[in-house]
Design a protein around this ligand. Sequence first.
Ligand code: BGC
Ligand code: BGC
Length: 622
Amino acid sequence: MAGKDHKELLSAKLERMSLRQKIGQMTMAERLSTTAEDVRRHSLGAILCGGGSHPGNNELVDWIAMNDAFWQAAMDEEGSPGIPPLVGVDAVHGHGNLKGATVFPHNIGLGAAGDPQLVAEIARATAREILASGLEWNFAPALSVARNCKWGRSYESFGSDPALVARLGASYVEALQGERVIACVKHWVGDGGTWQGMDQGDTALPWEELEATHIAPYLPSLQAGALTVMVSFNSWNGDKCHGHRFLVTELLKQRLGFAGIVLSDWNGIDYLDADYAIAVRKSVNAGLDMFMVPERWREFIDTLEGQVREGHVELARIDDAVRRILRVKSRYGLLDMPRPAHRAKTGNADFACAAHRDLARKAARQSQVLLKNERQALPLGREQRILVAGKNAHNLGHQCGGWTVSWQGESGNGTITGETIWQGIQALAPQAVLDESLDGSGADPRLHDVAVVVIGETPYAEGHGDIRHGDHLFAEAGAMINGLMNPLDAYAKSLVLAETHPEDLACIRSIAARGIPVVTVLVSGRPLIIDAEIDASAAFVASWLPGAEGRGVAEVLMGEHDFSGRLPLPWPGPEHGDGLLVEAGAAFPAGHGLGLSATRQRLGENAIDATSPEQVAGVRRI
Ligand code: BGC
Ligand code: BGC
C-alpha cells in the first residue's frame, strides 16, 4: 500500500501517549456499545460493526455519518492523541451488512469458479462499496481450508485445497488493498481443520501438516502486504490460538516477518481462562496487538492497565502493539485523510451499480457446478414450459446465506436487493411458471415439459451452521481443549440431506413420479450427502450460495453460457457421514464438473455445436 511512513511522527505520538491511551488504541469496540464520545475519551483504536449491526436506517448516509462522528471525536479534542479509529466490517461476500449492497457468491462458490481474476474484480467492487460507506477495513478474506463439511463456516472457505485458497486469497488481498481498503486474513490458524468440523474446536495435527495445509495459504497474502491478521477461535493440539505465543509471535511475527496488526476475534480472549485478568495477560503476551472486545471493552482497558502496573505485561509489549497499530494507520494513509464525509470515494456512485451487479451475476454463473446431466435435461430451452419449484426457488435470503443483512442470514425477499433464481429463469424463459406451493404439487405433465427444483439449506453462520450428531460432542471437544468453549445450537444432526431436509426429496420425487424430468439445483453452503436426490433427478447442479443475482444461475441452466465451475473439494459419498473431505470413496472428486459439451458428446452424431449460446438453447427445441 502506498503512503509515507511517518516514523518520527509515530514515535512522537507514541511518546506523548499515556498508558491508558495506548491501551485505548489496542481496543476495538462494537458500534452498539460505543459512542463518539467514548472514542474521544478512551482513544479507542478501532470500531467494528458486527454481523447485522448497522447505524440508523442502514442507508449509505447513516454509515458515512457514523464514521464521520467517530473521526471527528478522535480528532477535535485537546489532550487526545488525534488518531482516528479504523472502522471495520465483515464484507465477506460484498458489503452485505448494508441495505441494497451488491451480494456476491460466498467463497466456496468462488473456489468452484477458481478464477483469481474474478476474485480480484469482486474484491475491487467490494472495496468501492466499502469506501462509498466511508469505512476503511474489511474482515476478509477467510483463508480457511475446509477439511470437514460439518463445519458451518465451510462456505467462507475457497475449498479444501491449500494451493487454491492461497491463490484466490492473495488475489483478493491485493485487489482490496489496491483500492485502499485494509484486508484482514483470517482465522489464524487451522480454523477449517477442527475435530468433527466443530466451530471453535481443536485442530489436532502434527506441525508439518498444520504448516502444509493451514499455514501455507497465508504466505502469498502476507507477501502481498495484508495489513491485518485475525486470530482463530480454534485450538491447535489443545492450545487456543488466542493465547499461542509460538503461533502468533514466533511464527507469524518473527519467522514470517508480519509487521501489521494481529487482531483477536469476537470475545476470543474470553475463552482462554475463566479469570479475565489471566485471559487478557495471556493473549497480550502471546503477541496479539488489537482486541475485539465488542461489549466488554471498558473492562478490558482497566484489566490490561492493571496487568501492566502489576508487572504481568511489559510496557515494551504494549509499545510494540501500539507501534504496529500506528504503522498500519499511517501506511494506510488514515493520518492524512480528510474526515470520512469528505473523502473522494465516500458516497460514490459505484455502490450497488449495474456493473457490480453484472459482476455478481457473472460470478454466480461461473460458480455453478454441473454434477449430472442425463436425458438431455440441460440446457433448458427458452420456449419450454418450465415448472420452477422447491423451497429455495424464490428466496433471496436463502440463496445469499449467512452474513447477509444479518449475522445468521435472512429468509424471504424483503431485505435484500436482487433477483431470485426463479426470477432469473422467468426473465429468460417466458413460459416458465412458479409452483406457488413450492412443494411440487402444482406439477402437471400436460402443462410442464421439465421442472427446475431448487432445494437445499436455509441460512446459517458460524456456530449455528455446524452439523453435530449429538451435544455430548461438545463435552468431548471441551476435554481436548485447554480453556473454555462457547456452545451454540447446531444446524442439524446429519449431513444426509434426505434426513435433514426430507421436504426436498419429497418435492423432487413427487414431480418425477408424474413423468416430468427434474433438474435439481442445490443451494447450500457445503457439499451434502445427496445420493437419493441425484438418483431421482435427470440433472443436478451444485449452486453453493450464489448471492443475490439469481439470473447467473438461470443463464447456465438455459445454456446461455456453458457450465465452467469445478468442485473446490471432494464431494462426500454415503460413507462420509463424518464429514471428512477426502478423495477416497468420494461421490465426486475435487475438480469434477461437467460442461454442456459433455451433453453434446453423449448426443452423438446429431449433436449440435454447443459453442454458440443460441444453438445450445436450441438443443431442447428440436
Ligand atoms: C467471526 C469473525 C468476524 C467477527 C466480527 C466473529 O465471530 O469469527 O469472522 O470477523 O466475528 O464480526
Ligand atoms: C455478531 C457477529 C459476531 C458474533 C459472535 C454476533 O452477535 O453480530 O458479528 O461474529 O456475534 O458471537
